[in-house]
Design a protein around this ligand. Structure first.
Ligand SMILES: [Cu+2]
Length: 369
């Protein structure tokens, strides 16, 4: 469109023409589409248990979310909505980018999606190891911007095929060629579209940060001792000689509702968890005893494991080669799942490899009767 708003002749599009250097932008587009296709294959492969472990994966981000674990808990509590949203956006991006269908819309959706993920998991984005799931999102946003500005979708693209098919149909029916605005079809973008892209991405980033700051940390059940008996639980963290994994034992235990005094003897080696959000939460008095000294937060230099009971808002940090003690008020009978959220996995990604999330090692059940 010209400044006066009069339609300009549509530039001749040579559809899906032979390879030339100008098509590098569409090679990039297809490459990003393949990345999303790989993500989609991960989601649908039953071996990865995407659907069944979604909540615990979401919770594993809690310790490193700016603004506290509120959002991670909220996502974990609504797994159906969030797991499907992520799966559907992943499917759309894979199809749209590989086939060049609604290319511009895909750039917009992809950038906003990455911006929200980036904001909500900001604490682990720029860390290595640990940021492998979210560390790529700044790069993705950059790639979408390059695709949009570079006019991706002009080669090997269904957008072009559809446009030409429509044009041919119009010619065949002798319909006067009136240009209809097709803001999402592929072509060099207008300045307005680029502005919309930038604004949309920034708004999504702000929305993500707003979510993590606005959703409150789940209320701790109580920091005052409830009526009821006092019981004692002794846990140890040791390396399992069979597989070399650190392991809490016992992982499953039963206590009467009341005050539970925990002692954790951590025989694991020290580890430097630089992203550690190390405040103690949800214990009686809001403290833990580290080798006998009361602490309200723990220096991150040597946190080997954590002991979190999300339903009670409990977070306790367990440094290597140390003993911690704390009391938890359990006023209601029930089953309480505990987790270790420190990245103690032994694989490439220590946030998402065993024994993280492995029952009997870094998660288990406290049954209150
Ligand atoms: Cu651990």
């Amino acid at each position: 469109m010209t400044a006066a708003g009069a339609p300009t002749p549509e530039p001749a599009t040579r559809p899906n023409e032979a390879w030339g250097p100008g098509h590098a932008i569409d090679v990039l587009r297809i490459g990003v589409g393949i990345v999303w296709l790989v993500n989609l294959l991960f989601i649908v492969n039953p071996a990865n248990q995407y659907w069944t472990t979604f909540s615990s994966t979401a919770r594993s981000f809690a310790p490193t979310t700016i603004g506290g674990p509120g959002l991670a808990e909220y996502v974990a509590a609504h797994p159906l909505f969030f797991s499907w949203t992520i799966a559907l956006v992943t499917t759309y991006l894979a199809i749209a980018l590989i086939l060049g269908l609604t290319t511009r819309l895909a750039c917009f959706v992809g950038s906003c999606f990455s911006a929200v993920l980036l904001a909500t998991q900001f604490g682990t984005t720029f860390l290595f190891p640990g940021g492998t799931d979210v560390g790529a999102h700044p790069l993705y946003i950059l790639v979408y911007a390059v695709l949009l500005v570079g006019g991706a979708g002009r080669w090997l693209s269904l957008d072009v095929w559809l446009r030409n098919a429509l044009a041919a149909r119009r010619r065949a029916h002798a319909v006067p060629s009136v240009l209809t605005p097709r803001p999402w079809a592929a072509a060099m973008p207008s300045r307005e579209l680029v502005t919309l892209f930038v604004v949309g991405t920034l708004v999504s980033l702000g929305f993500g940060f707003g979510l993590v700051l606005a959703i409150p940390v789940p209320a701790s059940n109580s920091t005052a001792a409830p009526p009821g008996p006092t019981s004692y639980v002794n846990l140890t963290v040791s390396i399992n000689p069979l597989n070399g994994w650190p392991q809490y034992s016992p992982a499953n235990f039963t206590i009467p509702a009341g005050t539970v005094v925990f002692t954790i003897v951590d025989n694991d080696s020290p580890m430097n968890w630089t992203a550690c959000p190390c405040p103690v939460r949800g214990t009686v008095g809001g403290t833990e005893l580290l080798n006998g000294t009361p602490m309200t937060s723990i220096p991150s230099a040597n946190v080997a494991h954590t002991f979190n009971i999300p339903a009670l808002g409990v977070q306790v940090l367990s440094p290597g080669q140390s003993t911690v003690q704390f009391s938890v008020a359990v006023s209601q009978p029930g089953e309480y799942i505990w987790y270790c959220f420190a990245p103690c996995g032994t694989g490439m990604d220590p946030y998402n490899s065993p024994p993280m999330d492995v029952a009997g090692y870094m998660t288990g059940t406290m049954t209150a009767t």
